[in-house]
Structures are given as structure tokens and as C-alpha cells.
Design a protein around this ligand. Structure first.
Ligand SMILES: *Cc1c(COP(=O)(O)O)cnc(C)c1O
Length: 363
């Protein structure tokens, strides 16, 4: 069986083994060394000299933390959304009382930096911009560097969901002016679900000082005070820390640039394989993601049925479509602990499965 969904992703054996270790005191010396080492490696992966905090939650927890720590009820926020996760980001802000202006882009298309510029021009009261770097629901990566340049020019706060991109696709937190960036352990990091990482820069701290949205568990001030003692405010998922220590050592050994290059190769190989079967990509190819590929189900074939056949008869778990894309697309995750062989296997099995549903694959 292989798991080829965009998270949770498979973990290397050594990472899984690490989690069988006995518990330690999260207020003791061993944990202090562990969190110090992990935090410093995470900062390298985030390409930041700012702060990075490790939260015990899934990615959505870090999205919520990013918002409640930097904004106040009534604040105007610009949401740039091109899919399910972009919409979720806007919904979180709205739930906490932000006044959200939603600029939506066609699903399968990238976020257009010019549209961000127009929206910011139109409303000088906007305080922060919410953006998804890699929209997992549609398999699209947006040009965060260009969006960052626009947001910087208007001097707004840039809050980024990089849950399915960080650690796989280049994201230069400092150089691109990203103020808060969130990601989750079960995507590109080769560890199980349970931890999220969030970077916070000086501008974000300034916003934090004035932010009045309610928060307790997520409070960055608590995270900061405790990290100064090499701890987390609340009991962390210790086993996932063990896993992360091993995974980060592997990522460090491979090297960031090599990791980005590997994901670029995997993305291209997946797209080529899909097209060789006569299938169409859901995403515009100019912005197709290197961590997840969304594919249109052939005419007349329910993608749920296809995903089921590929799982039950071919041992590969793919993801279906979300929201309005349910039944219409399927998605292949190729992030984290993935090789060329894994991608080839997906293509081979799809070639065998599709004819069973009545689609004849070109030779
Ligand atoms: C997976 C994902 C999320 C949600 O993360 P959870 O860990 O499921 O809470 C949010 N945004 C993006 C882009 C994702 O890929």
C-alpha cells in the first residue's frame, strides 16, 4: 500500500522508529536540547532569522494562531483565495471578527499580484493580507515573492499559509517579506500529523502587541516566553518532536536546494505521466504545484470511483476533489518522502486502473 495524498505523507522508517522512544520531561534538560536543535533547523528551512514556534496542532491551528495573534476584531483584512484552503483562511479571520474583503481567483489559476495591488489601492484601511502559497485543493502554487513585493509596498502585514509548500518549494520568508508563515508537520516534513510551525518577524510582533482577538492556547507571547526557557507553554506532542529531529537531520543532509530540485522533478514527472495518458491537469500548467498534482477525471468517470479502484485494486491511495471539485478531479501528493519510483508507480497503476472504468489509455 502506498499513500499518495497531499498529507499525511509517508514517513521514513527511522522517523517512525524514533517515535517508539520513552517519554521525557518536557520541562527538563533533554527536551530543552531537543527543541533548541529543532528550532534552529526549522529557521534554516524557513530561510528566516526571525522567530519560529512549534505548536502542537495540525496546520489549521497554526492558521488560526497567525490570525488571532496579529489582528483585532473589526480589522480589515484582504483575503486572496484560489481554493478551499484560501477560503478557510478567510473564514477563520471572519469568525474572529475581522472584516474580510475576499478577492477570489478561478480555481486552477494562481493568485494575481496585480489584483492584490488593486484591492489594496481601493481600500487603504486594510491591515493584513491572507494568502495561500500552495493551494492544495487545486494543485496551484502562486508567486509569493511577487505578492510579497506588493504587500510590502503598501506596508501591510503578510500572513501566509505555506502548509503544503514549506520544506518542498522555495519560500524565502525574510527575503520575500512574509510576516507570519504557517506550515504543518504531516505535509512536506516527513513526520506524522501533530505539530505545526509558524514564523513570526518583527513586524508581526508589532502587530501582536496591539492585537486583541481572543487567544489563550495559541498566544505567541506565551510561546516566546517559554521558548526563552527552551520549552513550550503547554505539553507538546513529544513523540512527534522525536520524529522531527530525525526528519530534519535527513532534510539537512539532502540540502534545501536539492530538496526543491527533487520536488520540481517529481512535479514535472507527475504532470508528464498524467498527460501521457491523455488526461488533463486541473491547474493551469504555468502555476502547477510541485507538491500536489490535480487531474481532471476523464469525461463520464466519477473521480471518487477512480480513487476507490486505484486503492482497492492497485494499492495506491490518491486524494479526491474537495468541495465543488468532489467527483471531478483526483489529486496525487508528491511531497516529502517521495522518489521518482513512487511517481512512476502511480502512473503505472493509473494506466492499469483507468481502462477498468471505461477509459482507454493511449499507448
Ligand atoms: C493541509 C492543508 C491545510 C490544513 O491543514 P491541517 O493540518 O489539515 O489542519 C491548510 N492549508 C493547506 C494549503 C493545506 O495543504
Amino acid at each position: 500500500m502506498s499513500l499518495r495524498i497531499p498529507g499525511p505523507t509517508p514517513c521514513p522508517e527511522d522517523v517512525l522508529q524514533a517515535m517508539s522512544k520513552q517519554m521525557i520531561n518536557h520541562r527538563g534538560k533533554e527536551f530543552a536540547e531537543l527543541i533548541q536543535q529543532i528550532t534552529s533547523k526549522l529557521k534554516q528551512a524557513f530561510q528566516t532569522n526571525g522567530d519560529v514556534y512549534i505548536l502542537t496542532c495540525s496546520g489549521t491551528g497554526a492558521m488560526e494562531a497567525s490570525i488571532v495573534n496579529t489582528l483585532s476584531p473589526g480589522d480589515k483584512v484582504l483575503s486572496l483565495s484560489n481554493g478551499v484552503f484560501g477560503d478557510r483562511f478567510a473564514n477563520i479571520a471572519e469568525r474572529f471578527g475581522a472584516e474580510v474583503t475576499r478577492v477570489k481567483f478561478d480555481w486552477g489559476q494562481a493568485i494575481d499580484p496585480d489584483a492584490a495591488k488593486q484591492a489594496l489601492d481601493a481600500d487603504p484601511k486594510i491591515k493584513a493580507v491572507l494568502v495561500t502559497h500552495n493551494e492544495t485543493s487545486t494543485g496551484v502554487t502562486s508567486d509569493l515573492e511577487a505578492i510579497g513585493a506588493v504587500v510590502r509596498k503598501f506596508d501591510k502585514l503578510l500572513i501566509v499559509d505555506a502548509i503544503s509548500s514549506l520544506g518542498c518549494i522555495d519560500l524565502q520568508v525574510d527575503a520575500w517579506g512574509c510576516d507570519v508563515v504557517a506550515t504543518g508537520s504531516q505535509k512536506g516534513w516527513m513526520v506524522p500529523p501533530g505539530l505545526a510551525f509558524v514564523s513570526v518577524n518583527e513586524r508581526a510582533w508589532k502587530a501582536h502587541a496591539e492585537a486583541k482577538m481572543p487567544r489563550f492556547y495559541w498566544d505567541f507571547t506565551a510561546a516566546k516566553e517559554y521558548l526563552e526557557k527552551d520549552q513550550t507553554p503547554w505539553t507538546p506532542a513529544v513523540s512527534i518532536f522525536y520524529a522531527l529531529e530525525v526528519a530534519l537531520a535527513m532534510l539537512e543532509k539532502e540540502g534545501l536546494q536539492n530538496i526543491f530540485a527533487r520536488h520540481a522533478r517529481l512535479g514535472q514527472r507527475t504532470r508528464d505521466g498524467v498527460k501521457s495518458m491523455g488526461l488533463s491537469l486541473f491547474a493551469d500548467e504555468s502555476c502547477a504545484s510541485n507538491t500536489v498534482t490535480a487531474v481532471k477525471s476523464p469525461e463520464g468517470i466519477d473521480s471518487k470511483k477512480l480513487v476507490q479502484t486505484v486503492k482497492e485494486e492497485h494499492g495506491i491511495t490518491l486524494a479526491g476533489g474537495q468541495a465543488s471539485l468532489a467527483g471531478k478531479i483526483f489529486r496525487v501528493g508528491h511531497l516529502g518522502f517521495v522518489s521518482e519510483n513512487d511517481v512512476d508507480d502511480v502512473i503505472t497503476q493509473l494506466r492499469l486502473a483507468l481502462p477498468k472504468l471505461g477509459y482507454s489509455v493511449p499507448a
